[in-house]
Structures are given as structure tokens and as C-alpha cells.
Write a protein that binds this ligand. Structure first.
Ligand code: GLV
Ligand code: MN
Ligand code: MN
Length: 409
């Protein structure tokens, strides 16, 4: 094995310290103090490995090793470094650490690539602070205009540019990347499911990624006293929201073919035990590998919500994210499989039920995505874990593939 398990473990352990919830998993919201600490660490490591570091107008971090061919497009390797609330140490960081280790291997082996190699650490893939998700890659792909970015606010009303400035980032910098400057994007990610572990396979070469959408629903009613307002004179936003939310699993099951819906976040206002709630906001995440199912479910959810608009109950539905299901580039899939065979690393081809920055970047460049095993299939929780030797095996597959791609004209 040429990848250094010691370096990989050191990076994973170092990044895991930058959490707002020590001993309760990783909570690293975009542009938070913990983001700044992780960002500083990542940039320092990039510099150690001889990369030229820059940040774009969203705070995505790029570390570049120049290629011998002048102005040739880059092969980019990396993932995101934000987390869900109380998440694990690997969702995102595993791919960033893979990028760092690949840079270390290029340096250690004195490799002068023909094409530049860029290591990337992206922001806000999870959408845990600003909603929607995949924000770093959507910016790079040109799907977020400067004006859209200014409008995005967190739950405390702090906008993206304000939050960026608080940690010393420059929101006036360019974000959209000219696709001509990218040759390919490679991402390593933990599987977040049980298949690889169960089958005792080291690597999943991802061929397709689930389509997903997120809705932000606001139900408005009327506040009142919990003791003095008779039951038949209430416009309780939480009761309406609870009824709506309870119906969503059935809508997904009826749609079938693995369609899933999740309400993972809700806020109740004014949130007092003796006050009838006058506003509830909640997210609805809808996923399917077939676009028609996503569209059907969105329509059914909207219709069902509309049917509650009565007796002073109002509803608003905003679609904060929509990504079609994606097929990934067959040539890169084949290259990844060839790298596995060459290294004698076991692999299978897979579908991803999780969303990834790779699905956004596949609109502007050729993309390859590999999975490494997740212990007990767990993710988005503190128990998320992948053995260091499994991370190293994934890194080697990506390294071999990056060598081929940076060499090839
Ligand atoms: C990211 O983890 C997602 O699939 O939402
Ligand atoms: Mn995630
Ligand atoms: Mn992720």
C-alpha cells in the first residue's frame, strides 16, 4: 500500500476536533467558528503538500498543483467539509482527506502532471445552515447567481455574504468556474449504507445518483391562549403541520420503486408550551431514481398541503433544491474499475441514494465517484465510521485514476 494510513488518520482525527458539539458528533456549520478552524487546517495541509491555495466567492477551497501543459484543464479531487448537526467524522471529510493524501502522494513521488491537479474542499453540501444543500458545487457550476447568494439567509437571518465576512472570507470573488478549466472531478465518499460492508467489498464505483428535491413549507395559523381558546375556535399551525407530515410516508409508499420522503427539520413559533402555535416551518426531502416519481410526489404533497388551507390556516411551499437523477460518466467509471483491478482491490458498481457534489459537477465536467464501506451502514450520526485501511484503499483507487487523467491529453 502506498497511501499513508498514518496521514489519513491524522487528517480525519484533526478535522473531527472542529465540532460545535464535542462528544456528540460533528456539527460543523458553514462559515462557523468550526468551519474556520477546519478551513485553516485544510489550507495549511494543502500548502505543506506544495499546492497553491485559493478560496472562491463562496469560500470553496482549492489547492492547485500546476501541470506541465500551460493552461490545461484541471483534474479536481475532493468533497465537502461541512456536516449535518451531530453528524459523523467521515461524510465529506473522507473525500477531502482523500484529496489531501493524493496531493501528498504526488509530492512524495515527485509527479509532475501534464494537467494540473486541484484538491477541493467544498462548503454547505448538507444545507444545514442555509437550506437546499449542494451550495458549493452549485456555485461552481454557475447555478447560483450573486443575487441568489445574497438572498440566502440562515435561521437567524444572517445572509451568506454577512456570514462569510464574519470569518474573513471575500464574497465579492468569482464563484462560477469556466467548465473549460476542468478536465474531470473525482470524489471519494463513504457509502452511508450497508452494502459494501455486508458483501465485504472495498470500493463501490458509482454509476448513478438519486434525484432529489427539497421543499420548505410554512404553515401559518393564529396564536392564542392554550387555556382559554375553545377547541373549535383555533387555527393551530402545528396541528395542521402534524397532519400533513403524518401523510407523507404514505404518499412515498404509494409512489413506490423506492421513492422516499423525509421531514428532518421543523420549527414551531412562538414555541411556548401554553401558546397555540401561529407558524410552523418544515423541510420535505423527496428522492427517487426516477424523475417522474419526484415530480408526482411534489405535486401530491403540494395538493395535500393546499387542502389544509382553510379556517385561517395558510400554507406556502417553496422548492429550495431540485436535482435530476444523474448517470455518471461511463469512461471514468471504466477507468475507476480498471484502477481497482490493477490494484487488486475488490469493487462493485453501485447506485447512490444520497446526494453528492459529484451530481452537480457532472453537469459541467466528467465525474467519477467511489464509495468506501460504512460500519453498520450508519451515517449522519456520531457512530458513522470507516476503517482507515478502507479509506486508504479508496484513496489508492482515486490516486491511480488521477494519475491516468492528469497524464492523458
Ligand atoms: C447528503 O448527505 C444528502 O444526501 O442529502
Ligand atoms: Mn451527508
Ligand atoms: Mn456527503
Amino acid at each position: 500500500m502506498i497511501a499513508s494510513q498514518e496521514r489519513i488518520e491524522k487528517h480525519i482525527n484533526s478535522l473531527s476536533k472542529y465540532t460545535a458539539t464535542p462528544n456528540q458528533g460533528t456539527t460543523r456549520l458553514t462559515y462557523s467558528e468550526e468551519d474556520l478552524q477546519a478551513r485553516t487546517y485544510i489550507k495549511e495541509q494543502m500548502k505543506t503538500y506544495g499546492l497553491k491555495v485559493r478560496e472562491d466567492g463562496l469560500g470553496n477551497i482549492f489547492g492547485k498543483l500546476e501541470g506541465e501543459k500551460k493552461d490545461a484543464p484541471s483534474v479536481i479531487v475532493g468533497s465537502h467539509f461541512d456536516s449535518v448537526p451531530n453528524g459523523g467524522d467521515y461524510d465529506g471529510p473522507a473525500g477531502v482527506v482523500a484529496g489531501l493524501e493524493i496531493a501528498a502522494l504526488f509530492q512524495e513521488n515527485h509527479i509532475k502532471p501534464a494537467h494540473p491537479l486541484e484538491i477541493i474542499a467544498m462548503i454547505e453540501e448538507e444545507g444545514s445552515r442555509f437550506g437546499g444543500g449542494l451550495m458549493g458545487s452549485r456555485g461552481i457550476a454557475g447555478y447560483l447567481q450573486k443575487d441568489d447568494i445574497k438572498q440566502l439567509k440562515d435561521k437567524n437571518g444572517i445572509s451568506v455574504p454577512e456570514a462569510m465576512e464574519e470569518i474573513g472570507l471575500d464574497p465579492s470573488l468569482e464563484v462560477k468556474r469556466d467548465p473549460k478549466t476542468i478536465k474531470a472531478f473525482l470524489e471519494m465518499h463513504i457509502e452511508q449504507g450497508p452494502l459494501l460492508e455486508e458483501e465485504q467489498i472495498s470500493v463501490g464505483v458509482v454509476e448513478s445518483i438519486v434525484g432529489l428535491t427539497q421543499l420548505e413549507v410554512t404553515i401559518s395559523g393564529k396564536a392564542g391562549h392554550a387555556g382559554t381558546t375553545p377547541m373549535d375556535r383555533r387555527s393551530d399551525a402545528l396541528v395542521a403541520a402534524a397532519n400533513i407530515i403524518a401523510k407523507l410516508p404514505q404518499i412515498a409508499i404509494e409512489e413506490g420503486e423506492g421513492t422516499v420522503t423525509t421531514v428532518g427539520r421543523h420549527e414551531v413559533f412562538p414555541n411556548g408550551a401554553n401558546v397555540i402555535p401561529d407558524k410552523v416551518t418544515f423541510s420535505v426531502d423527496i428522492r427517487s431514481s426516477k424523475e417522474e416519481h419526484i415530480k408526482n410526489v411534489v405535486q401530491k404533497v403540494k395538493d395535500f398541503i393546499a387542502s389544509y388551507e382553510k379556517d385561517n390556516i395558510q400554507a406556502e411551499v417553496e422548492q429550495s433544491l431540485y436535482m435530476q437523477p444523474k448517470e455518471l460518466n461511463q469512461e471514468i467509471c471504466s477507468l475507476l474499475q480498471a484502477s481497482c483491478e490493477q490494484l487488486d482491490i475488490s469493487y462493485i458498481t453501485m447506485h447512490s441514494g444520497a446526494g453528492h457534489d459529484a451530481m452537480v459537477l457532472s453537469d459541467i465536467t466528467e465525474v467519477g465517484l467511489i464509495f468506501v464501506p460504512s460500519k453498520d451502514g450508519l451515517s449522519h450520526c456520531p457512530e458513522e465510521w470507516t476503517a482507515t485501511h478502507e479509506l486508504a484503499a479508496g484513496v489508492e483507487v482515486l490516486y491511480e485514476t488521477a494519475l491516468k487523467l492528469t497524464k492523458k491529453s
